[in-house]
Design a protein around this ligand. Structure first.
Ligand code: SF4
Length: 423
């Protein structure tokens, strides 16, 4: 007898846990988008030449007259304990801030080497904050590959910010959008929320160090990214309330996300529907262009950015794709509860990675499209599988109604390219 299956995976969905070798960027990568977002912040990685090279190549070797990130290189004699790293770090920071007085927020970013030599960056940040009080705020977080994967760097950075936010003593409810979004996308959300009559609305991170939002028991917050587990916990510890919703990908995800805010702020249901209708219709029309290419196609996500579950939900429910395996570095069940309910029952959910075993599963399943990191894409293409670079999904504007068509297109393009090559 076949046991009855639930209609969807749900919160208690079985999960394959893997703890082997993984192929994921470390959390330093987040600096690439974070430094563009907070315009008077600077990210000083305390790391090795490898860390510096990673940043340069991930940033596409951008050449700035005045870059907003750098690496304080830990040399061999530092690693051997022959030099006082704290003194050297203080000197580097003093020199940097003397030359760049426009820096209002400095992040000391930990790396594998700084962790190996147990350089205490939280004490360094506290010491340097006293020295530079009144001009520059100095915080720290870890982007090390020992502690973080790819998008967890942003989570660690925002959690560090939360600990330093002012207390909101206004007693009035406010909404916080949490997660670094491209300015154009953030502006679209702010406009829609204003039309709904919801306010005040703040963003974390803000675009300027001096404009970071206050937080308190009247703060309601919406996560814009699914990988912000630590940040969510830190906000809740400060009394804020998380609004539970789908993530704002596609027409349905964006509607659900905005609706959670509308309900929390008592917006009239008819007003909500009227206000979002044009954007929702635009999104649905734009998505339709890719439906023919994507419907019925099988897709596997290898664990990379933690965007995998909401994107698989979007592709399954709005474009008719069939997720085969959805792998994610970490599964925040609490944050993804609504998403998991919408994944088809036969989706294999996996957390963590054992890269060889996972590649074996991909080879056996031969999905139409595999979303994976840069290092795995070429070998899989060589075996005749079609791939999509996961990193593109992090660097492209994909949230909200007006990006829904582009998001669908990001998945349709490799399949179109494959078909053209076959012809
Ligand atoms: Fe490599 Fe670690 Fe530096 Fe990341 S932090 S670049 S994993 S050495």
């Amino acid at each position: 007898m076949t046991p009855a299956r639930p209609a969807a995976l749900g919160c208690d969905a079985p999960i394959l846990r893997e703890r082997g070798q993984r192929e994921v960027f470390c959390g330093l990568t987040g600096i690439i988008w974070l430094h563009r977002k907070v315009q008077d912040a600077f990210f000083l990685v305390v790391g090795s030449r490898t860390c510096a090279h990673l940043l340069q190549s991930a940033a596409g070797v951008m050449v700035f007259a005045e870059p907003r990130f750098a690496t304080a290189i830990i040399e061999e004699r530092d690693l051997a304990g022959m030099a006082d790293c704290n003194e050297e770090l203080d000197r580097v920071v003093d020199r940097l801030l003397a030359r760049r007085p426009e820096i209002k927020l400095l992040f000391l970013v930990g790396s594998c080497p700084s962790e190996v030599i147990k350089l205490d960056l939280s004490r360094a940040a506290a010491r340097l904050s006293v020295k530079h009080a009144g001009t520059t705020k100095i915080l720290n977080y870890s982007g090390s590959g020992i502690e973080t994967t790819f998008t967890e760097g942003e989570d660690a950075c925002l959690a560090a910010l939360v600990a330093n936010l002012d207390a909101d003593t206004s007693g009035a409810p406010s909404l916080m959008i949490v997660g670094a979004l491209p300015d154009v996308v953030e502006d679209q959300f702010l406009r829609l929320l204003a039309e709904l009559g919801i306010g005040p609305v703040h963003s974390l991170p803000a675009r300027r160090a001096g404009a970071m939002p206050p937080v308190g028991p009247e703060t309601r917050f919406l996560l814009a990214q699914p990988f912000l587990g630590e940040t969510a916990r830190a906000l809740e510890d400060r009394g804020a309330t998380r609004l539970d919703a789908l993530f704002p990908f596609g027409a349905e995800g964006t509607t659900h996300w905005l609706h959670a805010a509308a309900q929390a702020f008592g917006v009239d249901e008819m007003h909500f529907r009227r206000t979002i209708a044009p954007g929702r219709e635009r999104a649905k029309r734009a998505i339709e262009h890719s439906r023919e290419r994507l419907a019925g196609k099988r897709i596997t996500f290898l664990p990379d950015s933690q965007l995998e579950v909401p994107l698989a939900r979007f592709l399954a429910s709005e474009l008719g794709m069939q997720p085969v395996e959805v792998g994610t570095p970490y599964l925040h069940r609490r944050l993804l509860a609504h998403e998991l309910v919408l994944l088809p029952t036969d989706t294999l959910l996996s957390e963590g990675q054992d890269v060889d075993r996972q590649l074996d599963r991909v080879r056996a399943a031969r999905p139409d499209l595999t979303v994976c990191g840069l290092g795995l894409a070429n070998p899989l293409e060589a075996e005749g599988l079609t791939t999509k670079w996961a990193i593109e999904l992090v660097f492209s504007p994909i949230h909200g109604f007006d990006q829904a068509g582009d998001l669908a297109e990001l998945f349709a393009r490799p399949l179109r390219r494959r078909d053209v090559l076959r012809v």
